[in-house]
Design a protein around this ligand. Sequence first.
Ligand SMILES: Nc1nc2c(c(=O)[nH]1)N[C@H]1C(S)=C(S)[C@@H](COP(=O)(O)OP(=O)(O)OC[C@H]3O[C@@H](n4cnc5c(=O)[nH]c(N)nc54)[C@H](O)[C@@H]3O)O[C@H]1N2
Ligand SMILES: Nc1nc2c(c(=O)[nH]1)N[C@H]1C(S)=C(S)[C@@H](COP(=O)(O)OP(=O)(O)OC[C@H]3O[C@@H](n4cnc5c(=O)[nH]c(N)nc54)[C@H](O)[C@@H]3O)O[C@H]1N2
Ligand code: SF4
Ligand SMILES: [Mo]
Length: 676
Amino acid sequence: MPRTLHSVCALDCPDACSLLIDVDENGRGSRLRGNPAHPVTQGFLCGKVAKYLDREYSPGRLLYPMRRSGAKGEGRFARVSWPEALSEIAGRLSAAASEWGAESILPYSYAGTMGFLNGAGMDRRFFHSLGASRLDRTICSAAGMAGMTDALGTRYSIEPEQFRHAKLIIAWGANILGTNVHLWPFIVEARRNGAKFYTIDPNQNRTGKLADRHYAIRPGTDAALALAMMHVITSEGLEDRQYVTQHTLGFDDLRERVRDWTPQRAAELTGISAEDIIELARGYATTQPSAIRLNYGVQRSERGAMAVRTIALLPALTGAWLHLGGGIQLSTSAAFQVNRAGLERPDLQLKSTRIVNMTELGKALNSLDNPPVKAMVVYNSNPAAIAPDQNTVRKGLKREDLFTVVLEQFQTDTADFADILLPSTTFLEHTDLYFAYGHHYLQLARPALPAPGEALPNTEVFRRLAATMGLQDPCLKDSDDDMIRTLLDTTHPFVNGITLEELEQKHFVRLRMADPFLPFAEGGFGTPSGKCEFHAETINFQPPVESRSGDKSLLSRYPLELISPKNDDSMNSTFGNRPATDAQTGYLTLHPEDAAARHIAEGDTVRIVNDRGQCILLAKVSPTIAPGVVCVPSVRWPKLAPDRSSINMLTSQRLTDKGGGPTFYSCLVEVQKIGD
Ligand SMILES: Nc1nc2c(c(=O)[nH]1)N[C@H]1C(S)=C(S)[C@@H](COP(=O)(O)OP(=O)(O)OC[C@H]3O[C@@H](n4cnc5c(=O)[nH]c(N)nc54)[C@H](O)[C@@H]3O)O[C@H]1N2
Ligand SMILES: Nc1nc2c(c(=O)[nH]1)N[C@H]1C(S)=C(S)[C@@H](COP(=O)(O)OP(=O)(O)OC[C@H]3O[C@@H](n4cnc5c(=O)[nH]c(N)nc54)[C@H](O)[C@@H]3O)O[C@H]1N2
Ligand code: SF4
Ligand SMILES: [Mo]
């Protein structure tokens, strides 16, 4: 009988859509659509997931466990059975542990799925029991999280539904139409009621083109802009006196601190004129409710944490938090106060093991010692495309003495480096519980489709591996439902009382928080004083080393600033094997002035280069990118490119000021026309 089932989009996207899937009489999915009942999904999907069934039923799906039969990285494999694969992995991990110590084993995963169980469930229990190295999962948002916490003492954000009440909305390093499209209807509604919508971004992308004002900022200079806005606000007395007095600490010091941050000074750094900065600051301070949608673009630069922190102080100055629809949103994830410790069981470690920063995978594989990394298990991630400084990463992955296991749905570049390659289910095929980083609904998904071939969920693979290795703790046998009940077992008021049964029945459940949720209307910051603490003495701006105001000698060789933001039709590398998506990520956009100086015309083949590597792309020439900046959408599958490269051949392993995050968008390069 044809049926319509519920699911949840598991991709690494703030929207965490509630899905409906039509399944025909043979159990085959025939159509995916957004759930109209979900207040944020509102019945529509982004373009890339509306056609997800092509990925689900792709002939490229991995179906069986396989063992490497060719050279490392060559991608040749022969089929083996699950018991053979598991016993080989168990044997190799045990051997590494006894010869080098268990810390020679490194898990490597990120957010291929945002499900709690398949993202951070049985895998964590398994590696903690082994005593493996722990992974610091910094690759996306670590600097921003640190910056928000410095500003607010916590990371609560305003919710998407309330943007409809705003009168001024600023998308600050946020490509809403591309990466967060379910916020857009609320912005449309606000604008219909008279709201203004501004974008602050080096790239005037689709979102910027629809803005009332676009501010073309230079990469990595956002803190300078925020400081100059504070200068205008405080010198003109535009702050909300009452909010500042009641709910903040250190205002007088802050006013002093920003006194020399004149709009002129910031204009020289940011490329935005002093007049524009003054107008923006006045407009922001005097229009309420004002909402800032800060996304992660700002914090992928060298001083990303400070930039986020400085921006996140603005709503406290103007009292925007007081108003329904006012404040700032970076991520709503902090509201999902489930019992993560119960899920992940860090207590299973006999001793606290070393922590390896995933952004520095290249370093970890090539130069980590005591012990070196001898075995790596990769799941939910494609480091041979997405990690910075690819040439170093690949050198590490090629090591003959490194035993690599990859759990994947497709034969990615990373999969090509595997010694054992295991087939994984998609989110349509397994159970999971989902949080969101762009709304406040907890969601449950049950399998809607059968797994193809012998594909298994991550939870089951690690359950079986634990059994094969003879690990004893009873929690290693927990079922998926056991783990969900554990996650819900908490006294935190946002989650307490939500049950598996309720989720089963309703599919999505709002966290038990006030509706609407105004996080700081009455103060309640997560600081020792409960106030927003400015700590002006520690606020500063320094340009990234790799920027036009940075290292002069580097700049003389590599005068252009590279950003590699998300492609509208991609999900990092996840859809890189779709031909249409692959084609979109093969372009580099540069400003007409920079193109002319290099005799580059639209459609030319160009080489983008720095000391770390190079990549061949096709040129687009457009004034939508700020002068001196080049933009390449991230990120393609290197193995499908003619020169087998991606833009991450050029990005560096340098870390952000705080949080240990990556600096993908602080990257100096030169671009040359090929043939010159
Ligand atoms: N379509 C699509 N959606 C996605 C993804 C995807 O790959 N494709 N990826 C998902 C993931 S993993 C994440 S983390 C989110 C990220 O979502 P976003 O943070 O929205 O995405 P980014 O493209 O990283 O950055 C947003 C914007 O910041 C701009 N930017 C770059 N440097 C600077 C700067 O120094 N200052 C300012 N003001 N702006 C800057 C970029 O040009 C870009 O337009 O999106 C998720 N959603
Ligand atoms: N140059 C540049 N590089 C970047 C970025 C950038 O903006 N510019 N963005 C960075 C950011 S923000 C992020 S978050 C990272 C993302 O990097 P990754 O986390 O590696 O994300 P994806 O490239 O989407 O790869 C996820 C992989 O997980 C697999 N997968 C999905 N579900 C499952 C599952 O249930 N089980 C298993 N075993 N596998 C599964 C998918 O098939 C896919 O190959 O990339 C970073 N890299
Ligand atoms: S990728 Fe984002 S917008 Fe697209 S369906 Fe998934 S959650 Fe929704
Ligand atoms: Mo991300």
